[in-house]
Each structure stands twice: as C-alpha cells, then as structure tokens.
Design a protein around this ligand. Sequence first.
Ligand code: SAM
Length: 390
Amino acid sequence: MIKNKINIVIGVSSSGKSTFIKEKFGKEKICFANRLKKIEDLPNSNNIVLHINLLRWVNGEKDISKEILNKFRDNIQVFVMIDYKSEILKRILLRTSEQEKLEKIRVYPNRKVFSEVSMFYEFIYQELFQMLIELKIDMKIIHSTCHTNINLAEAENIIKNNNFKVSLTKDDREKMLSYCNFSYTKSKIKDGNIKVNHDLQSRLDFIFNKIISTHCENQLESLIDIGCDSGLFCFEAEKCGFKKIVGTELKEERFLNANILKLVNNSIVNFSTTNIFVDNYKEQFDVVLLLNVIHHLKYPIYSLDKISQICKKCAIIEFPTLSDIKFQDTTTSSLEHGPYIGVSLSVKDQSFVFSKLAIKRIIENYNMFREVKFYESPTNPGRIIAVCIK
Ligand SMILES: C[S@@+](CC[C@H](N)C(=O)[O-])C[C@H]1O[C@@H](n2cnc3c(N)ncnc32)[C@H](O)[C@@H]1O
C-alpha cells in the first residue's frame, strides 16, 4: 500500500526528466513507467519517483501512465518538465548514443523522436495540462534549462513559441545536418551549410525574383508552400522578408529535413503535416505556392478551389502538362494544345496532368481567380508555372 504521495516527473524525451530526478531525489529512486506492463508492477515503496515519457501518448507504444495518473490522482505530486520546442529538438539531435551503446541500452532513435516532437509538442502538453487540471492533480511546472518553477500561463507561452532561437556551434550544425537526407531536391551539405542543387536554385530565383516581384504587390506578408519538401522555398520567402510563412509536407522524411533546417537556421517558418485539402483549413495567405503537387492529388479541381479560398493575392502553381515525360510514357497521343486533362498512372506516382488550356478553363469556369498567366518552368520543359491573380 502506498502511503506517501508518489512523485511523478513527466515530459517529452530530452526534457530533462532524469537530470531533474537525480538532482532532487537521487538516482536510485527512478522507476521508468515505460518498463511497467500493468499498474500492479508499480513498486510497493513510498520512495520511488516515476519517470514518464510523454511521447508514448502519441507514438503508439503501450503505456499505462494515464491509468496511473487516474488511479492515484489524489495521491500524487506531478512535476511537468518543459522547455522551448527548439531547445528540446536541439538536445534530441545532439544527444549522443555512445553512452547508450556502452551501457547496452536501446540506442536513442534521434530521427524518430525529433519527428514526434516536431509534430506533437504543443498538442501533447495541452493534453497533459488539461488532464491534470480535470483530475485536480497537484502539479508543479519546471522550466528544464534552469529548474525554476513557472506558472501555467508562462508554460503555455513557452510551449506555443515556435521561434525561440537556440545558440549553436559549427559542430552542432554539422551534426544536426547529418540527419538530413535530400533525396528529392538532390541538394548537399557542405561545411555545415546546405548547397542547393542547380535546377532548384533556378526555380527559386525564377519564382521569387521574377514572378513574385513582377506580379505581386510589394506589401506581401504571408506565404504558404503546400507540399514544401525540405522547406527551401519557405526559407527563400523568409530571406525575401515574408513575416508569416507556413510549409506543409506529408512525407515524414521531408518534414524532418525541413524542421532540421529550421532549427539550424533559427528560422521563423512553421512546418506542419496538415493536409489542407482534407482538414478544415481556413487560414489565408497573401501568396500560395503549389509547386509540382497537383499531379499527385486525387481531387485536383477541388484542390484548386481550396487554393483560391485560402489565397488573398496570388497563387503560383507549377504542374506537369501532357508533354511531361513521365506522362508521355503512359500514352501515345499528343494533346498538348487542347483543354485536356490526362489521367496518369499511379505506378508513375501521378494522378492527373493538365494542359495549359485545361487549367485556364477550370480557373475561369469556377471564378477562382481574376487572371492567369503562364510561364515555362525554367528547368523542366514538360512543366508550366501558372500565376493566378485574385
Ligand atoms: C514533387 S514534390 C514537390 C516538392 C516542392 N514543392 C518542389 O516543387 O520542389 C511534391 C510534394 O508534395 C507533397 N504532398 C503531396 N500532397 C500533399 C498535400 N496534400 N499536402 C502537403 N504536401 C503534399 C509530397 O509529399 C511531396 O513532397
């Protein structure tokens, strides 16, 4: 029977739980919740401190920590470890697994944990706070860098702050960048910096120096890049002075690259795995980029309509046409000059491709934009860039 209060230290991975426990209670008292299979496995002692990794609430691993909080709600003292998301992400990537290898414990999965924290950080702490408040559990919130107590409002500000700047040495940057894999952009890392591949650089220059500066007004504040890959168009937007920038990307590896680059560059871009075409997305942006994404979408016309709804000033859509080499492989006829939509093949990782005239008609028929102009894509002759003005 447990007589005294159980002390629980809870937080995401690398939020300083073990260090805090050692400092406050002594190393020998740690009991790891992830090693308990059922609630009865909880040691029958008054002196244990339970270490709970909050990421288990989202990563699908079996976890009994919620059950423990519920069952012992009147008899526990919870210490919630928090810090700025960027500080935690930095620790995750710089965390060495050498010690873990020596001690023959599970090697720390830096990439997986980094992705989970990038995706769920704010959400998971909100869920925890809500639960602790509802269950009326006694909680202290500890800022993990300095081990000071903070109140709930301060904690929420820290958790929501996506742009806290961390200090990094050249070695830190190199180690962090070594976790990136730029298979799609074919870019490389050189001397702790990303070296953008030539074709991509031409597209960046074309979109920002030619299209945006020619067709869009000067007062542009916000931009969303849907299907942003490793976020390089978003970082370019930041260099050009955009103040609010969002990049969405569904592929985990690409989302991970983008977040590592954000951290290394202390960037203000927000990356998200939201699918704006499925989720009830309402936020609007001055500029919307949809570059080489439409031919992967199941409902491209609905998606164009959605782009029109979230766009305040200008949408830039790069798309493969019926002359696209991959699409040409799937058919023998040449139809580039009509208003045609080509049905591609999923083995080619394409859904539909469009001729220029097809895009023009869709936009006009459904009053999506006031005007549309076309350019050839600077690096790929089978692709077109449509500039759509509201
Ligand atoms: C061909 S890549 C283009 C990347 C980048 N826009 C460029 O042009 O260099 C298409 C990207 O869109 C992403 N994607 C596809 N559907 C998406 C959606 N609904 N929301 C966000 N990203 C999406 C894919 O995961 C992929 O990384």
